[in-house]
Design a protein around this ligand. Sequence first.
Ligand code: SF4
Length: 250
Amino acid sequence: MTVEAYNPKELKSFKDIETVYCSGCFHGTINRLIGEAIDKMGLKESVIGVNTQGCASFISDYMNLDFVEAPAGLAPSVAMGIKNVHPDKILLTYQGDGDLLSFGMSDLIHAAAKGSKITVFLINNLVMAQTGGQVSPTSILGQITDTTPYGKSIEKDGNHINIAEMIARLSGAAYVSRVTVDIPSRIEQARKTIQEALSFQMEGKGFSFVEFLSTCPTYWYKTPIESRTWLQETLIQQFPIGLIKKSYTK
Ligand code: SF4
């Protein structure tokens, strides 16, 4: 697979500055891939991003794009409202699992069920990071978090949610995929997936959703290398990578 190379100084949608993300966090790579995709598609003047809270909210500091900050969990609804008023704009949300799946689950489900012509990017790192490492709806059984110090248990805490597979069951969901950015070939796949999801919105095919399986070394209490190994050896089995749905019916 050929990996496209971009000079960060030539990117228009992404700022060439240092980020606050911790070492080994995938947010920085994902931010940049989104900027590259928007540049390549010539969408810089058309995109409106919606962010909310958590480490995902920092994206607006690093992109040369218009952003609106929504209350916790409500980014899909805010994006739907803006899209209704400005149907020519490309609306994307960028949210972590704590924000989108704890506070915002109902907004997400309704946006997908309605076939809203927006794109939701979920950064799933299995923990509520910015608030101190609490358990999230995607934390897996046995995972140590600040609120599951003996490991997440099915009796006390329940199982994790595979949201991409759930969203794909809704008829309004046109494009659903799960990707990660741990190795160059998967980074390249993620770049193509971002472009495809935005293309589905541009062509009016319905709701598009991309889940990025991500890392949080800080609140996984692992080094960056241990985090990547855990993702590769354990998490990809729980959250399989690949295209889940591509529907041309809408
Ligand atoms: S706390 Fe976790 S999610 Fe937040 S920037 Fe650090 S590694 Fe990334």
